[in-house]
Design a binder for this molecule. Structure first.
Ligand code: SF4
Length: 234
């Protein structure tokens, strides 16, 4: 039987987890000046596969500083883009994806402009982004939530997905899109877009400190009283 909206017990676990994350790590609130333009966030994601955030920040800023507009970047050859994306882990893949993505936006919108998405329901906006070359769920959610759009969408990275799987809040083999689809309906109603962003940033810390990929340190983790994996170990 379908539970009434808001009554899923996993919602209370998310509330408890958020409170415990804040007690353990403090608040991590993205300041308004760190909310970049949605196109910047999109480009950052398209070129960012398996690359450290700081390197992708530098590459994205570097492209805009050199060419001034994303329309100009779209005209640069793949080879020239690759030469400017050497910081990225996969420069040739990043260059091809970026050119294809920017050109697809120009073909549909006439310019590299995402402002129309702010007027769409969030599911429609994310579906539009995900039909672009090189854009998957993590990036579409990032454009919606971590940019100046500041809308309610959960960014799911590897840490976030692993923790949700170990806590059995989402199925054990859920990929990013399935994790997103399982989580969004159980996010506490009262959470703002900023709360959702903070939850994701705090979970990254938990993944780095305790819930590491190979060896979760459940004995030192504050979530052990409500984490299914930790309970199985006792
Ligand atoms: S209790 Fe263990 S498995 Fe659960 S979130 Fe913490 S470290 Fe990960």
């Amino acid at each position: 039987m379908q539970l009434p909206f808001g009554s899923d017990p996993r919602t209370d676990i998310l509330r408890q987890l958020q409170a415990d994350l804040i007690s353990a790590f403090g608040r991590i609130i993205r300041p308004p000046e760190k909310r970049r333009d949605p196109v910047w966030v999109l480009v950052h994601g398209v070129i960012g596969a398996q690359t450290k955030t700081a390197a992708s920040n530098a590459s994205t800023d570097g492209l805009l500083a050199e060419f001034c507009t994303w329309e100009a970047v779209a005209q640069v050859s793949v080879e020239e883009l690759e030469a400017r994306l050497k910081r990225q882990t996969f420069p040739s893949v990043a260059a091809k994806r970026l050119k294809d993505c920017l050109q697809a936006i120009i073909a549909e919108r006439g310019a590299v402009d995402l402002r129309h998405l702010d007027n769409l329901p969030i599911e429609d906006a994310m579906a539009w982004l995900e039909h672009l070359p090189g854009v998957a769920r993590k990036n579409s959610a990032g454009v919606m939530n971590a940019s100046s759009f500041n809308r309610k969408a959960m960014v799911i990275d590897g840490h976030h997905r692993r923790i949700m799987q170990r806590m059995e809040i989402v199925p054990s083999k859920a990929d990013t899109a399935r994790t997103y689809d399982a989580l969004m309906p159980i996010v506490p109603d009262e959470w703002s877009a900023e709360d959702i962003d903070e939850h994701h940033l705090l979970l990254k810390k938990l993944g780095q400190r305790h819930c590491r990929p190979r060896t979760p340190d459940c004995g030192k983790c504050f979530a052990q009283s409500y984490c299914v994996t930790a309970k199985r170990q006792t």
